[in-house]
Design a protein around this ligand. Structure first.
Ligand SMILES: NC(=O)c1ccc[n+]([C@@H]2O[C@H](COP(=O)([O-])OP(=O)(O)OC[C@H]3O[C@@H](n4cnc5c(N)ncnc54)[C@H](O)[C@@H]3O)[C@@H](O)[C@H]2O)c1
Length: 268
């Protein structure tokens, strides 16, 4: 229960990695604000947390809009009194080889992966930075380290055909992790990122099964061959590292992007 008394916000927590992260943070003792753009999955995640004895609040918001990000943070504070941890997990793909990329696909993916993280983190500054600043003024140090986590991707570390838009956004997250770590370090705020490899969610399901998301089965087979541990990741594999970066166990780590790939060649 290393997150007892902490309040965490996880974006994109209705499904996949975000849901596993919300469940894990709650299991570690945090009260969790479950954000998604889709109400039913967000409610379901919150219900799963409550059924396991945890505290959760589902909030539908699309933080591409800064006003919605501010409302989201206000909801967290209204329900749980404060906010200590932000996991910027929301994201999605619209893959296309570069020569066929449209402005619409570029903007959509930049918004979903980067602007959501920018706005959610900005909206949380009064809770993270201002609170720490007041504690430093009063006692010389923050009461405890607060945490910001970004969910990047190994695609940004090694490049990935068809993902100009996605790697632009996820690469930017690697860069802003370093910038914010420097800005917010004096306030005892750790800023880190996780770069998942291939994790089994709807984003990586076989494309032949239909739908907007997914990748071709042939690519899935090739990928499996370059993963040292010989299996695809599960959402819980990423949630474990998100949770580590949200806990005091990582208090002396900041500005880092941790690949969690099972040992994927080219992006260990
Ligand atoms: N699955 C992988 O292999 C993999 C690899 C690397 C990185 N990632 C990253 O991990 C994160 C989670 O991905 P996943 O695989 O669990 O995907 P997922 O599609 O299963 O879940 C993502 C959730 O985010 C929500 N979401 C999308 N846009 C949003 C917005 N604007 N505001 C709030 N919520 C929003 C979706 O509704 C969905 O519930 C994403 O940032 C993704 O890019 C995934």
């Amino acid at each position: 229960m290393r997150l007892t008394d902490r309040v965490a916000l996880v974006t994109g927590a209705g499904r996949g990695i975000g849901r596993a992260t919300a469940l894990r943070l709650a299991a570690d003792g945090a009260a969790v604000v479950v954000n998604d753009i889709d109400a039913a999955p967000a409610d379901e995640t919150a219900a799963l947390i409550r059924a396991a004895g945890g505290r959760a609040l589902a909030v539908v918001a699309n933080t591409v809009d800064l006003a919605e990000a501010r409302t989201l943070v206000a909801s967290a504070v209204a329900e749980f009194g404060k906010l200590d941890i932000v996991v910027n997990n929301a994201g999605t793909t619209r893959d296309k080889m570069f020569h066929g990329l449209t402005d619409e696909m570029f903007d959509f993916v930049l918004d979903a992966n980067l602007r959501t993280a920018y706005h959610t983190t900005l909206a949380a500054m009064p809770e993270l930075r201002d609170k720490a600043k007041a504690e430093i003024a009063a006692t010389g140090r923050p009461a405890y380290n607060r945490k910001i986590v970004f969910t990047s991707s190994v695609a940004a570390l090694m490049g990935n055909p068809g993902q100009f838009n996605y790697t632009a956004a996820k690469g930017a997250l690697v860069a802003v992790t370093k910038t914010l770590a420097r800005e917010l370090g004096p306030f005892g705020i750790n800023v880190n990122a996780v770069a998942p490899g291939f994790v089994e969610t709807r984003l990586t399901a076989a494309k032949e099964s239909g739908g907007t998301y997914g990748i071709p089965q042939e690519t899935r087979d090739q990928l499996l061959g370059i993963i040292a541990l010989g299996r695809f990741g599960q959402p819980e594999d990423i949630a474990n590292v998100h949770a580590f970066l949200c806990s005091s166990d990582s208090d002396f780590i900041t500005g880092l992007t941790i690949p969690v790939t099972g040992g994927q060649l080219g992006g260990m």
